[in-house]
Structure formats: C-alpha cells, structure tokens
Design a protein around this ligand. Structure first.
Ligand SMILES: C[S@@+](CC[C@H](N)C(=O)[O-])C[C@H]1O[C@@H](n2cnc3c(N)ncnc32)[C@H](O)[C@@H]1O
Length: 194
C-alpha cells in the first residue's frame, strides 16, 4: 500500500523534514550554479526549493500533499518559488519539456520501487533537451526491511534506470550530510538529458 503523505503531514509525522535544505545541495551550490527553470519534485515544505531560489534559479516546488504545500507557502521566502500541487508521476502538459534542471532529494526514495521507471520517464519528460538532473540518491537506509519508504537504491539500478536518454556528468559522495545520515549513505549524481 502506498504511503498517505497528506496524513503524515496532518499528524506531524515527518521525520524527513530536518528544517533546512539538504546539506549536499548547499555544498553543491557553493561551487556551482543551478540557473534557469528548476523543478523540485516531492518538495515537502520547501527547504530545497527556497535555497535554490535564493541561489538565483526560477524554481517550481511540486508535491502531492496539500498540507506540505500550505506550510511551504507560509514560509519565509515562499514567494520566490512557484508551488504546484501535483503528482510527479503524472505530469501536466505545462510541466513537460519545461525545465533546465530537475533537483532530486528524498522524492525517489519516497516512491514505490515498482514505479521507478515511471519516475525516470517524468524526469526525462520535465527536462528540456540538454537540461540537467541533479540528484541525491539514498544508497543505504539503516534498518531497511523492504517496507519503506524510504527505499534505498543501489548504484547498478541507478545505472540501468538512467542508461537511456541521459549522459552521466558527475558522481560523488557528498562531504556534507545531515548528522543523522552518515557519510557514504548518500550519493550525488549529475546527468544531462540527451
Ligand atoms: C520523504 S518526503 C521528502 C520531502 C522533502 N523533499 C524533504 O526532504 O523535506 C517525500 C515527499 O514526496 C512527496 N511525494 C511522494 N510521492 C510523490 C509524487 N508522486 N509526486 C509528488 N510528490 C510526491 C510527499 O508528499 C512528500 O512530501
């Protein structure tokens, strides 16, 4: 059964929300530019979306859960982001071929592994040709018993999922992580849509 995200926000059961943007994204933005239109799927309350907007991107934060977006819209700096309630796995026509960047953090791990190919089709569908997919992948999730989310993903599966239609530009283990996520459990990759 898929997770009821709206209920999790209603009940305040949101352990993924650390109150700040993903440290690997903050680290990346110190040395690189993410410019143009950027989509953050599964943006939650919007920490990553706001940090991207502050760095100069024209950002859309998308999430299924109305309560997450209601919080995002009330946050400081909210008006720098376009917030969209929607299912990333079923993109509207206006979100297609529309983005220079898709920035992934804790959306893929939230999705049922059986839907990963659909997720990758949405990444490809959202990006303009030549656009970039920047992602923090969860390679390891402690005490994972298959019931997730979060669902970890291994390097071989990432390779297969993005083998067609994407060119791998960069792959590294981020130095900066939330303290609850030990270094090495996350991997950053940058792909270009070809
Ligand atoms: C683990 S939470 C991460 C939220 C945010 N990225 C963060 O780090 O705080 C996963 C988020 O993805 C959203 N989500 C799950 N499936 C989605 C889908 N198919 N389309 C859009 N959002 C989705 C959930 O509502 C939830 O806000």
């Amino acid at each position: 059964m898929s997770k009821d995200w709206e209920r999790a926000y209603a009940e305040g059961d949101t352990p993924w929300d650390k109150g700040s943007a993903a440290p690997p994204l903050v680290e990346y933005l110190k040395g690189h530019q993410i410019a143009g239109r950027a989509l953050v799927p599964g943006c939650g309350t919007g920490h990553d979306a706001r940090v991207l907007a502050a760095a100069g991107a024209e950002v859309t934060g998308m999430d299924l859960a109305p309560r997450a977006l209601a919080r995002a819209r009330k946050s400081a700096g909210a008006d720098t982001v376009r917030w969209v309630e929607g299912d990333f796995l079923r993109l509207d026509a206006e979100e297609r071929d529309a983005y220079d960047w898709v920035v992934e953090h804790t959306c893929l791990c939230a999705i049922d592994p059986a839907q990963r190919e659909t997720y990758v089709q949405s990444v490809r569908g959202a990006l303009k040709v030549g656009g970039f997919y920047w992602a923090v992948f969860f390679r390891e999730v402690s005490h994972y018993d298959g019931s997730g989310p979060p669902h970890p993903i291994d390097a071989a599966e990432i390779d297969i999922l993005f083998a067609k239609g994407f060119e791998l530009i960069q792959c590294y283990t981020p130095e900066r992580t939330y303290s609850c996520r030990p270094k090495g459990c996350e991997e950053v990759r940058l792909y270009r849509r070809v």
